[in-house]
Write a new protein. Structure first.
Length: 228
């Protein structure tokens, strides 16, 4: 069963699991493991260098398929690693990487965000053929969909309408799994009185953050093919 992306992102509001670099690999409340500076999900399909610091309020929440990193100030990142079922494998093999990623984003990620946040829309999307053997970058506007709403918006005045959050998403496929990285542009909410950027400038900021985080994701080397 495919994960509901917006629901899992919202689950981060319920209380995350604090971590320490000196902790044992398995932490209470986590499905995955934290070892030193790295998080690995159940099954060890990847490991990723943790992008938040415990001494600065960094926390982690996960399920079997999704991990969320948050520091409550300026970082809110989710990473989903979803196995392709028989139907999605057929879609991938039939459509090819570029068309499959567009299909998956439209039908699962964007649709779920739209169901949760009425008025949500895709602002722009781009295919990057030389990233992770093909990756999709997509930017969404989510009315009322900010993790940072009412947390750090100290520059905003009471009675403001709910902020329109902006998320950058990066998708790629590896070893029968689709990876979805999603990052909120915190400044759009926490500093919206002074953060004045064009949509293109916002996209560039999110692109850099998505690329930097994706570079932290370490994937196992492909298994050698045995000759008959």
């Amino acid at each position: 069963m495919l994960v509901r992306f917006a629901t899992l992102a919202a689950a981060a509001l319920l209380g995350l699991t604090a971590f320490s670099q000196s902790e044992a690999p398995a932490l209470p409340g986590l499905f995955g493991k934290v070892t030193g500076d790295y998080y690995a999900p159940p099954g060890g399909f990847y490991r990723v260098r943790i992008p938040v610091l415990p001494e600065l309020g960094g926390e982690i929440q996960d399920t079997e398929n999704v991990v969320i990193f948050d520091d409550g100030v300026g970082t809110h990142i989710s990473l989903a690693c979803i196995p392709l079922d028989v139907s999605l494998k057929w879609e991938f093999e039939t459509r090819g990487t570029k068309e499959f990623l567009a299909f998956f984003f439209a039908n699962y990620v964007a649709t779920d965000f739209s169901n949760r946040f009425p008025g949500a829309k895709v602002e722009a999307s781009f295919y990057v053929p030389d990233l992770r053997d093909g990756a999709l970058l997509a930017y969404m506007l989510l009315p009322g969909g900010s993790f940072f709403e009412n947390k750090n918006s100290i520059l905003d005045t009471p009675g403001d309408t709910p902020a329109v959050a902006k998320r950058g998403n990066l998708l790629f496929v590896r070893d029968g799994r689709v990876f979805v990285v999603s990052i909120e542009l915190a400044e759009r909410v926490t500093q919206k009185s002074v953060f004045q950027k064009t949509p293109e400038q916002e996209n560039e900021i999110l692109r850099e953050r998505l690329m930097n985080f994706t570079a932290r994701i370490e994937l196992p080397s492909p298994k050698p093919v045995r000759k008959p």
